[in-house]
Design a protein around this ligand. Structure first.
Ligand code: FAD
Length: 401
């Protein structure tokens, strides 16, 4: 028997969405911000994303979409000034949940623009850099990317090889960055490189001689998101291209913290979609003479998924409130990143089993979310890295080396 594809359903409120009435912890403004993004996602994105995942996201579609995201107000949503909406951390988190309920790749595009590229310029840029780039980035007219990872430098960014050397007042950059979200469509790349004075950040406009951004092909995850290399071959930049406020690795790492926060909320959306799909499927799929949702073993799976989703939601909200009050510490954020991505992935894997063979089909969003979450588990700090961060906070011992 064939059930109706859950991918066609809209994101209405239901027991799956909010079993514990956690919406009561949100303000009217936060609920309104969420509704706006949810409505856009359901109308504009829900039906087109499976095609983007299957065939890859065309660059022009990505550019068009970023303009629409700009109008929606989700680019640099939590940043203040320079044309940014300046909403609270929880509102931004809720927007991430709705975007990721459609696809982690879309939340990634928004995260990289707002939490990585824009936040680097907002935190560390000169007044002129902020004025030049941020308003157009908030509008989605200018796209940014964030180049930290390299072929031989992932979890350990301190081992990066990209180098920026002085040539009179200019800088000359050489190196290769890898896994760069939005790289080939970016108008401006935030690139981190080693200098005689430690790691520094640079703004590299697309089209600068020596910069190329080839697509990375063959991904089985995050297919509705563009991932590229950034190759810097004697890229010459004026002194004004350097981000004056960023010194050492603390610069890029503080931006990663912003992006991690979006993930803590974002993955709740993927988990919610998987759970909803499984609940719907279990209600209509009949085996041994009754709906599989009537078997205790299926109910146990659904209940475990619900518990994980609700606990993860509470954790995200708590971290959001800490962030809004300026008290969120990096090692606390690690708890959210580690727990919530792991929980969401487990929810998707379990949902996949509830759907049986149908669980592997594109017709249902479960396997796509599961495949995407494998990337989310790795980027912005792997499971192991966040475990070591929390372990260090607990014991005072650094076990990274
Ligand atoms: P490695 O660091 O090589 O790790 C491999 C394994 O070794 C992991 O399990 C890791 O946890 C483990 N390991 C490493 N060190 C230790 C240790 N001390 N103790 C125990 N275990 C350890 N980067 C950017 O700069 N910009 C982007 O926009 C961007 N977008 C991305 C998009 C996607 C889809 C993906 C998949 C990645 C993206 N990344 C981006 C890169 C991402 O941040 C890195 O993949 C991540 O930092 C991990 O690095 P790595 O893949 O090189 O793994």
């Amino acid at each position: 028997m064939k059930t109706s594809p859950a991918s066609q359903q809209s994101g209405d409120t239901s027991a799956v969405n909010d079993y514990l009435d956690l919406d009561s912890l949100l303000s009217r403004d936060e609920l309104d911000a969420r509704e706006l993004v949810r409505g856009f996602c359901d109308k504009r994105l829900r039906d087109v994303v499976p095609n983007w995942f299957e065939h890859g996201l065309p660059e022009q579609d990505a550019r068009d979409l970023m303009l629409e995201f700009g109008k929606l107000g989700v680019l640099g949503m939590h940043l203040e000034g320079y044309g940014c909406p300046g909403l609270g951390a929880v509102s931004y988190g809720l927007a991430c949940t709705e975007l990721e309920a459609i696809d982690s790749g879309l939340r990634s595009m928004v995260s990289v623009q707002g939490s990585l590229a824009m936040s680097a310029i907002r935190k560390f840029g000169s007044e002129e850099q902020k004025q030049t780039w941020l308003p157009r980035m908030a509008a989605g007219e200018v796209l940014g990317c964030f180049g930290l990872t390299e072929p031989d430098s992932g979890s350990d960014p301190g081992s990066m090889r990209a180098v920026a050397r002085r040539d009179r007042s200019d800088w000359v950059l050489n190196g290769t960055k890898m896994w760069i979200t939005n790289g080939s469509i970016a108008d401006i790349a935030v690139v981190w490189a080693r200098t005689d004075d430690g790691v520094r950040g640079f703004l590299v406009p697309a089209g600068t001689p020596g910069l190329t951004a080839p697509h990375m092909r063959g991904k089985l995850s995050m297919r509705a998101s563009i991932t590229s290399e950034l190759i810097l071959d004697n890229v010459r930049l004026p002194a004004s291209a350097q981000l004056p406020g960023a010194r050492g690795l603390r610069g890029p790492l503080s931006c990663l913290g912003e992006a991690r926060f979006g993930i803590v909320f974002g993955v709740l959306g993927a988990a919610r979609e998987a759970l909803r799909t499984a609940v719907d499927y279990a209600a209509t799929r009949t085996q041994f003479g009754k709906p599989i949702g009537g078997f205790q073993l299926t109910q146990q799976k659904l209940v475990e998924m619900l518990l994980e989703l609700q606990k993860a939601t509470l954790l995200a909200l708590h971290l959001g409130r800490l962030k809004e009050s300026g008290r969120l510490r990096p090692e606390q954020l690690s708890v959210g990143k580690l727990n919530n991505v792991r929980a969401a992935l487990e929810v998707c894997r379990t949902a996949r089993t509830v759907l049986g063979a149908n669980g592997i089909m594109q017709e249902y969003p479960v396997m796509r979310h599961m495949a995407n979450l494998e990337s989310v588990l790795t980027y912005e700090g792997t499971v192991e890295v966040h475990t070591l961060v929390i372990g260090q906070a607990l014991t005072g011992q650094n076990a990274f080396r």
